[in-house]
Design a protein. Structure first.
Length: 228
């Protein structure tokens, strides 16, 4: 193997491994964002409608809550006109969701770009141009599951503090994420325990993808195929 071929192998292997990790994390983050039924299933057990009506003194329905949530998510994901259904909102609250737009877009771009790199690497392998290290999946799986695990452990110790730190990191110098329930009623139907559920959903997604990586990198699938 020439120096150029070796350099290409190292570069492709590093990019491929990093892409696997980034895809696992970014795809999992998108799960609670784009899989709307996840939110719908939590409305009743989290008593969102009851809490909303108790605070506002109104008679909102589950349909109203879903409409409010969908309008906010459509704005964040697809840049539609901002609204929260029948619920009150302020310009300050809207500005926070505009900030969220950028993060959602970044995560989606990372997901598609990493997927493209993974696909390109497989194409290079099929064309016998270069084959990444056999342990790339194993390394990616361990890395993808280790990083969120550390964050998850810290968050489980004090979720309130972790929630605050998260916002300070991703929304530096801003306080528009601190909602007033009177002026931005959407926060009443997006309570803290909902975000905790989202974190768990994301964690499960990362674990499942990481386990697949680890099994593939360990050659388990090949062994099972060989036994058949």
């Amino acid at each position: 193997m020439s120096k150029k071929q070796k350099a290409l192998l190292i570069a492709v292997s590093i990019i491929y491994t990093a892409s696997l990790v980034l895809f696992a994390i970014s795809f999992s983050i998108n799960l609670p964002i784009y899989f709307r039924p996840f939110y719908y299933m939590l409305i009743k057990p989290m008593h969102m409608v009851e809490d909303l009506n108790n605070w506002t003194g109104c008679s909102y329905t589950t349909k109203d809550v879903i409409e409010a949530y969908n309008e906010v998510l459509n704005f964040c994901c697809f840049n539609t006109k901002f609204g929260t259904g029948k619920l009150a909102w302020s310009e300050e609250g809207k500005s926070h969701f505009q900030d969220c737009q950028g993060l959602f877009l970044l995560d989606t771009v990372v997901m598609f770009v990493s997927a493209a790199f993974i696909g390109a690497t497989h194409t290079l392998k099929k064309l016998n141009i270069v084959t990444p290290y056999k342990r790339s999946h194993l390394i990616a799986g361990v890395t993808a599951i280790a990083l969120p695990s550390v964050v998850g452990v810290l968050a489980s110790l004090d979720f309130d503090k972790a929630f605050e730190v998260f916002h300070h990191i991703f929304f530096p110098g801003k306080e528009n994420w601190i909602f007033d329930q009177n002026t931005d009623q959407i926060i009443l139907v997006m309570p803290e325990n909902f975000f905790m559920a989202c974190a768990i959903f994301i964690g499960v997604g990362i674990v499942l993808i990481s386990v697949y990586y680890i099994l593939r990198g360990s050659g388990v699938f090949k062994k099972l195929k060989f036994k058949r």
